[in-house]
Design a protein around this ligand. Structure first.
Ligand SMILES: [Zn+2]
Length: 127
């Protein structure tokens, strides 16, 4: 089990809340109910790709859109990696930007058009 806040695995039981087991993170004091498993369903490869995408700069929401991994999960990964390798994942050190520009353009061109509201032309009636 891991802390959803800092990713630490040093968790203690902290009584029950409404019948559910409550936990507290020893590292940061965050309390949470039930297990939180950010790794669930994702391979190391996906994780690495997400981290790489993130460090290339487009941000969590872009990673979520491209890889289908929720940004909370990515944030958790980034925090874990950042703790282990403080300097390895600074955005400036990995300048490989691939197809992301094209993707951004594509998404940008799909923006919804604003609806044409009905003109209000009844203001002078009855004068
Ligand atoms: Zn914690």
């Amino acid at each position: 089990m891991q802390c959803p806040e800092c990713g630490a695995t040093h968790i203690r039981k902290n009584g029950k809340r409404k019948g559910k087991q409550n936990h507290i993170c020893v590292a940061c004091g965050r309390q949470f109910i039930d297990a939180y498993e950010p790794h669930r369903g994702y391979s190391d490869e996906i994780r690495r790709e997400c981290l790489k995408l993130y460090t290339n700069g487009p941000g969590f929401r872009a990673v979520e859109r491209v890889k289908g991994v929720h940004r909370t999960t990515v944030i958790t990964w980034v925090k874990q990696v950042g703790k282990r390798l403080p300097n390895a994942y600074a955005p400036e050190t990995t300048p490989e930007v691939g197809e992301l520009d094209e993707l951004e353009t594509f998404v940008g061109s799909k923006k919804t058009k604003s609806g044409s509201g009905q003109p209000l032309t009844t203001s002078k009636r009855g004068f």
